[in-house]
Design a protein around this ligand. Structure first.
Ligand SMILES: Nc1ncnc2c1ncn2[C@@H]1O[C@H](COP(=O)(O)OP(=O)(O)OP(=O)(O)O)[C@@H](O)[C@H]1O
Ligand SMILES: Nc1nc2c(ncn2[C@@H]2O[C@H](COP(=O)(O)O)[C@@H](O)[C@H]2O)c(=O)[nH]1
Length: 195
């Protein structure tokens, strides 16, 4: 079997907080039947979030133990909580599905790129600061939380040039359509290689 037939990809949806990563990743993932790699976090589930669907919610003690055991390929500490992705989860999904996706901040995207190289395709989503403020306030996030997230806006935006693709998320359907087309090219390449 040629190497091309074995090619696996991890699509990383990244960008500033509130840029539409979760909404778009899950819409594209559902359309293309991609499997999602779930992060572990020590924060509480928010209203509407579900265990094993949005995150694996675990205690800080359990997180630290797993971290000591080397389970995580990357971890971050944000707003007083730990977040991380387990290497074994990626490998397990890759064993059955060659195309999987994950939603991370730019720091996590960078670390996954370092860990998995060409297998990682970073899709950077963004919109202007005012649009992000408006969208987060509209969904009911508190002013303080929104402003705290926006304080990291410029730092997150500075990661855009390093990503394989960038999309300004103005019209949601248009963004989903554009990203679906990009990922489909990887799926089609895979099919061609199997001929
Ligand atoms: N193009 C768009 N136009 C208007 N609203 C949008 C658009 N894209 C996403 N949204 C809305 O913006 C909000 C933030 O989107 P989402 O939660 O997907 O972002 P995120 O990058 O995952 O950020 P966070 O981690 O803060 O949730 C949601 O309410 C979502 O419905
Ligand atoms: N580097 C990582 N970043 C992660 C991970 N899981 C989520 N995130 C990012 O953290 C912030 C906060 O998320 P929230 O759901 O609490 O609002 C956001 O930017 C996420 O994309 C992870 O495992 N590693």
């Amino acid at each position: 079997m040629s190497q091309a037939k074995e090619r696996r990809h991890l699509f990383v949806f990244t960008g500033p907080d509130g840029s539409g990563r979760k909404t778009i990743a899950d819409m594209v993932g559902t359309t293309l039947e991609l499997k999602k790699v779930l992060s572990y976090t020590t924060r509480e589930a928010r209203q509407g979030e579900q265990e094993d669907q949005d995150y694996h919610f675990i205690s800080a003690d359990a997180f630290r133990t797993e971290e000591r055991n080397g389970a995580f390929v990357e971890t971050v500490f944000i707003g007083g909580f730990y977040y991380g992705v387990k290497k074994a989860d990626i490998e397990r999904l890759w064993a059955e599905h060659r195309f999987v996706y994950v939603i991370l901040n730019p720091e996590g995207a960078h670390l996954l790129k370092q860990a998995f190289g060409d297998a990682v395709i970073r899709l950077f989503l963004y919109a202007d600061r005012e649009a992000l403020r408006h969208r987060q306030l509209e969904r009911g996030d508190g002013v303080a939380l929104v402003e705290e997230r926006l304080a990291h806006y410029e730092a997150a935006m500075s990661y855009l040039p390093q990503c394989e693709y960038a999309f300004e998320n103005v019209d949601l359907s248009h963004t989903v359509f554009s990203i679906t087309n990009v990922i489909e090219q990887y799926l089609n390449r895979q099919l061609l290689n199997l001929d």
